[in-house]
Design a protein around this ligand. Structure first.
Ligand code: NAD
Ligand code: AKB
Length: 334
């Protein structure tokens, strides 16, 4: 067996930042190469500037580094995708097709490529939307994800390429910011809460969407990639779920720990995208095929986000208040 050599493409993004770090802990720093379109920002001998649309460059890197596994994360997300349909289609489809093709040519053993709940459209059930429910997406991002799922399955069936995929919900993280999705509010809100500002949400207060905390998202990718191939019945992309909430639920959970935190609602064009997505999904197949199980729910996620972004707020909970100048003051010191 060849030694494991992992290439993460899109390593500077919201998922890539944390997934690359987790993979380096698990497999050793020398076994994980990070690549993104940016020039190297710091001294990281295992970082490469790479445009995934440049197939020759991609082929050269995979060959020279003897890559055995690829995590492809480069994409344009839903909100930005609606602003530039051509760029979203070119990157989301062109990048995936380049990776699949070069992976076959170079004998890469496994590929991970994330899909999204955006593959569902208004015709799918709103609650507990299941693996094989209707997928008629109404955004260019969702269309690219659904087409990508079919291409993953095609490469598995036609070329035996071991491609694995997950339909991620909206992801919430503290060490990296999101990159242009419809669910980004669920990260922005924490940064506003931490700076003492109230938050103006671009979705209505009751827009319920499936969400997941980044540690669960990273663990899901790694455990799916390590699962025995013969247990995997889905070669398009697995539904996975963790929690579902609306902006008012999240604001309330934050307010319980940051008393006085305020939120208002001014829906913009992203509302129309969110309205086409399910409020919750059913992930029975992921649970039975590769033992998927989330660790974080709404309360534990909020506790951990506040703890990581501003440790004093979370421990002990409810003992800090925002003063008029938006500084946190301990209740027992006020
Ligand atoms: P992101 O926008 O934060 O990161 C994408 C990264 O890809 C960026 O660092 C960007 O510089 C890089 N990139 C863009 N064009 C490139 C190119 N031509 N060559 C190389 N790199 C390029 O995205 P993310 O949130 O980390 O999402 C990663 C994947 O997960 C995407 O496929 C996305 O659709 C999927 N996903 C994300 C979420 C979420 O909530 N973050 C939810 C569902 C699915
Ligand atoms: C987005 O909002 O575009 C992403 C996603 C759910 O795919 N977070």
């Amino acid at each position: 067996m060849k030694p494991v050599k992992i290439l993460v493409i899109g390593a500077c993004g919201q998922i890539g930042t944390e997934l690359t770090a987790a993979l380096r802990i698990r497999y050793g720093a020398a076994s994980v190469i990070a690549a993104d379109r940016f020039p190297a920002l710091r001294d990281d001998a295992s970082y490469y500037q790479l445009n995934v649309l440049d197939r020759d460059m991609l082929n050269h890197l995979i060959c020279a580094e003897k890559v055995t596994q690829i995590y492809l994360l480069a994409a344009i997300l839903s909100a930005v995708g609606e602003q530039d349909m051509k760029a979203a289609w070119e990157l989301n489809m062109g990048g995936l097709l380049n990776v699949l093709r070069v992976a076959v040519l170079q004998g890469v053993e496994k590929v991970f490529w994330p899909s999204s709940i955006a593959v569902f459209g208004p015709g799918a059930p709103k609650h507990r939307c299941a693996q094989h429910d209707l997928t008629e997406p109404q955004t260019v991002y969702g269309i690219s994800k659904r087409a990508g799922e079919h291409f993953c399955n095609y490469y598995f069936e036609q070329y035996g390429l071991d491609v694995r995929s997950i339909r991620y919900p909206g992801l919430i993280s503290h060490s990296s910011k999101p990159g242009g999705g419809t669910t980004d509010y669920a990260v922005e809100i924490f940064h506003q809460a931490m700076t003492g500002n109230s938050y103006t949400c671009y979705l209505t207060e009751d827009t319920c969407l499936p969400m997941m905390y980044m540690p669960d998202a990273v663990r899901a990718a790694i455990t799916l990639m390590e699962a025995p191939a013969n247990r995997l019945r889905v070669r398009t992309a697995y539904n996975i779920s963790a929690m579902s909430f609306a902006p008012c639920d999240l604001a309330e959970a934050i307010r319980r720990r940051v008393p006085g935190f305020g939120i208002s609602y001014v829906p913009d064009r992203r509302q129309a995208i969110a309205d086409t997505w399910p409020a919750s999904t059913c992930d029975d197949l992921a649970r039975s095929d590769w033992d998927w199980q989330p660790e974080f729910g709404l309360e534990t996620m909020v506790e951990d986000m506040l703890d990581k972004l501003f440790p004093q707020v979370a421990e002990p909970a409810k003992s800090y208040v925002l003063d008029d100048n938006y500084f946190f003051t301990r209740v027992d010191e006020a």
